[in-house]
Design a protein around this ligand. Structure first.
Ligand code: AMP
Length: 192
């Protein structure tokens, strides 16, 4: 199986590049942000709980997102692999993901960290706010989400660095150019 984590701060281009990776490698896309927005839109009990946390730019509880990922792994038995987008966001989530994959005799092949300057991130997120109307794309929440990323999510990069699975990729430039860089890293990684 080819299991990849697309990692990076909000606004790094994870969603856009996930689409390219799925198209090229035929992987199943698992975005916890998309799943949570689906729950909010459907006004499920989970969605109602998650909405306030998401609107504030904070992280939804580890148990909730880990449970969501476990359900999706079960739903897609036999998939050629997964691309995880926006997950794991804490070291605890990363440990849980490793355990879930190990139970299925597989593992993460590569963690791709999209690097974008903070100034460019804020610019992109403010633009997305205008285009998409996402409730959490306002200036105050954007700054909060970046703080949460640097404090709680960045340690996940070290966690995978210690496993020799981390590739840092420049996330500025054209979409095709960035995809080319990601593809080179995926293709060069040892088969998991
Ligand atoms: P995203 O679309 O990945 O930027 O996620 C939007 C929001 O959903 C985040 O700001 C969090 O509130 C929540 N969220 C998404 N993924 C996770 C996760 N793995 N752990 C905790 N909260 C998450």
């Amino acid at each position: 199986m080819t299991n990849i984590i697309l990692f990076g701060p909000p606004g790094a281009g994870k969603g856009t590049q996930s689409e390219r990776i799925i198209e090229h490698y035929g992987l199943v896309h698992l975005s916890t942000g998309d799943i949570l927005r689906g729950e909010v839109a459907a006004e499920t009990e989970l969605g109602l709980k998650a909405k306030a946390i998401m609107d504030a730019g904070q992280l939804v509880g580890d148990d909730i997102v880990i449970g969501m990922i476990e359900n999706k792994l079960n739903e897609h038995k036999g998939a050629p692999g997964f691309i995880f987008d926006g997950f794991p966001r804490t070291v605890m989530q990363a440990q849980a993901l490793d355990a879930l994959l190990a139970k299925r005799q597989t593992e993460i092949k590569r963690v791709l960290l999209l690097e974008v300057s903070e100034e460019e991130l804020v610019k992109r997120l403010l633009k997305r706010a205008k285009d998409s109307g996402r409730a959490d794309d306002n200036h105050q929440t954007i700054l909060e989400r970046l703080d949460v990323y640097f404090e709680k999510t960045m340690p996940v990069a070290d966690y995978y660095g210690k496993q020799d699975k981390l590739s840092q990729v420049a996330g500025e430039g054209g979409v095709d150019e960035i995809f080319g860089r990601l593809k080179a890293q995926i293709d060069a990684a040892p088969q998991a």
